[in-house]
Design a protein around this ligand. Structure first.
Ligand code: ADP
Ligand code: ASP
Ligand code: MG
Length: 409
């Protein structure tokens, strides 16, 4: 039966002309099987990194409208090349920028959100036998300025188009076989997952598994659009990210994520009185800085140490803000530690199983890994540890929860 399929390919999948030809082969095969295909592409290889580096050579804090104008160019190159490769195969490939199609976003340059996807033009092209090849990662705001969707944002373009087109399938092609129990580049015992629920994938993505951008999973979950993550380098069936009800197995822990790009800030010796947390974090959030793990320790002398983590890219701004807050609170000194990593274990099965946290802490203790902060949610436990111990921690937890083994049915 003929299907409408959205296929998104990431940077490694289109890194050079050989890879672009390989992607054209995949698209050709799907079209020849009688399907209608819309393609979404990332920029080639590390092109986006290089463009960002260039921008920062001019100004470490570049104007964000111009930043978006610059970094959106990478995708324009890859879509035109793929359209050429398809045309060479006798397939009516046709490149489009998000701008040409009117993919509308808000105005938060460099991390814009998609508001609306106009699909009339694409639907018409599909009906006429074209294969639209669309730039991922970008859109336009209501002033007609180009915006970008944040790193990894082509995933979100892929999902948003699949939703708007009411596609039968949304396929995200990457450089690994699908979603694994942990990053397969970090631990070679990582196991490919056949299925994972939206809820678990949301936690894994938000805790550092960059295989799918968090917003793409949020979008897919909101509109109940299953995503198949698969490799453009192999024939693997990949992983289906879908509604929990459709998945039978309930492992206690489904996967492990890690982030090592955060920094920990501690304000020592602030008075232990109501409103202190709000006074410290208010100005931070007013500055648009996202705060992650928060811990407050009460000392014996009616003072408290207040600690939280943020992304390292926000560190210098946060330090300046905290210096002011801390003196107005008559607090003690500010300590900064960027030598940290956060490891999270995620699983639906945690809801029904006590003792998951203690097993996690014991596995880390057995490996002499010290925990400096802990947070939990219903299906996730995160710990902050030293950066140098990140890989050892992932391996210890993967082994402790037997993630390399088949599930008992
Ligand atoms: P693309 O360029 O295709 O968008 P990304 O680099 O954004 O690819 O994401 C794919 C990468 O995500 C993999 O190469 C892998 O190293 C990393 N990754 C992190 N966690 C996981 C996980 N749990 N499963 C699969 N890949 C993961
Ligand atoms: N090219 C963009 C990036 O590198 C978008 C993406 O890859 O999804 O972040
Ligand atoms: Mg990506």
């Amino acid at each position: 039966m003929s299907k409408l399929i959205v296929k998104k390919f990431g940077g490694t999948s289109v890194a050079d002309s050989v890879r672009i030809e390989a992607v054209a082969d995949i698209v050709e095969q799907t079209v020849k099987e009688g399907n209608k295909v819309t393609v979404v592409l990332s920029a080639m290889g590390n092109n986006t990194d290089e463009l960002i580096k260039l921008a920062k050579e001019i100004n470490p804090e570049p104007d964000l409208r111009e930043y978006d104008a610059l970094v959106s160019t990478g995708e324009q190159v890859s879509v035109a090349l793929l359209a050429m490769a398809l045309l060479k195969r006798g397939i009516k490939g046709k490149s489009y920028t998000a701008y040409q199609l009117g993919i509308k976003t808000n105005s938060s340059h460099s991390r814009a959100r998609i508001l609306d996807v106009e699909v009339n033009k694409i639907t018409k092209e599909l009906a006429e036998g074209f294969v639209p090849v669309i730039t991922g990662f970008q859109g336009m705001n209501d002033r007609g300025d180009i915006t970008t969707l944040g790193r990894g944002g082509s995933d979100t373009t892929g999902v948003a188009l699949a939703v708007a087109l009411k596609a039968d399938e949304c396929q995200i092609y990457t450089d690994v076989d699908g979603v694994f129990t942990t990053d397969p580049r970090v631990y070679d015992k990582a196991k490919l997952l056949e299925n994972i629920s939206f809820e678990e994938m949301l936690e894994l993505s938000s805790m550092g598994a960059k295989v799918l951008q968090l917003r793409a999973v949020e979008y897919a979950s909101k509109f109940n659009m299953p995503i198949r993550v698969l490799s453009s380098f192999s024939e693997s069936k990949g992983t289906l990210v879908q509604e929990e009800n459709n998945i039978m197995e309930r492992p206690i822990v489904s996967g492990i994520s890690s982030i090592d790009t955060e920094a920990k800030l501690t304000v020592r010796g602030v008075p232990d009185i109501p409103g202190v947390a709000a006074k410290i974090l208010g100005p931070i959030s007013d500055a648009g800085i996202d705060v992650d793990v928060i811990v407050q320790n009460i000392g014996a002398d009616n003072t408290t140490d207040f600690t939280f983590t943020i992304d390292q890219s926000d560190l210098s701004r946060a330090e300046k803000i905290l210096q002011d807050t801390s003196s107005s609170l008559e607090g003690g000194q500010l300590e900064v530690d960027a030598d940290i990593a956060k490891i999270s274990i995620v699983g639906r099965g945690m809801r029904a199983n006590a003792g998951v946290a203690s097993k996690m802490f014991q596995a880390l203790a057995d490996n002499e890994i010290n925990i400096s902060m802990i947070t939990t949610s219903e299906i996730k436990i995160s710990v902050v540890i030293k950066k140098g111990e990140m890989k050892a921690a992932i391996k210890a937890l993967h082994d402790a929860f037997d993630l390399d083994k088949e599930l008992d049915s």
